[in-house]
Design a protein. Structure first.
Length: 178
């Protein structure tokens, strides 16, 4: 009996190790793909993806979505504007201080390339699964994801480099948390 408990405990610890390693491997591969594809760092990629997915975002909303301070986000946007990827449009709701962020044509190209790079890494990971295993994984991820996300700004941060065009908001395991 004690041996069975010890064996189960070892298997759980082994699963935790593999799950943790898989999570880090996925993040490392995606960030490497972003850098190779566009030369941008993680925060810049997240900003481009968020602006591309939500044209007209303010710096304040973007800041929350990419988990940076206001000043760091302003510096990041200044850099992306200098690179010709982002435009600051006129004020939002009559507030001339709050600028609506939009991608340039070059920014739109980088946005699409980032999504393709992310998709390629994830396709590589789940491509080894059968259709049935893929369906099971989907069910498990829908169950696990809410356990990893805190209600509040974290709900947006976790989706910062997602392809929002394929999301079905009514079936999002994160948006149903609040």
């Amino acid at each position: 009996m004690a041996e069975d408990v010890a064996s189960e405990s070892r298997e759980k610890l082994r699963l935790e190790n593999m799950f943790g390693a898989m999570g880090l491997a996925l993040v490392d591969k995606v960030e490497k793909a972003f850098s190779a594809e566009t030369g941008l760092g993680a925060s810049a990629v997240a900003a481009v993806v968020q602006i591309g997915s939500n044209p007209g975002l303010s710096i304040e909303v973007l800041r929350r979505y990419i988990a940076l301070s206001h000043s760091a986000t302003v510096r990041l946007i200044d850099h992306l504007v200098e690179q010709g990827l982002v435009l600051r449009d006129s004020g939002i709701g009559g507030d001339r201080r709050s600028k609506a962020l939009r991608l340039t044509e070059a920014g739109e190209t980088v946005f699409q390339r980032n999504l393709a790079a992310r998709r390629s890494v994830i396709d590589r990971a789940i491509g080894v699964l059968s259709p049935e295993e893929t369906q099971i994984l989907g069910t498990l991820v829908e169950k696990l994801l809410p356990a990893l996300v805190d209600i509040g700004d974290d709900q947006h941060v976790v989706c910062r480099v997602c392809d929002e065009s394929v999301c079905v908001r009514e079936h999002c395991p994160i948006s149903h948390m609040s």
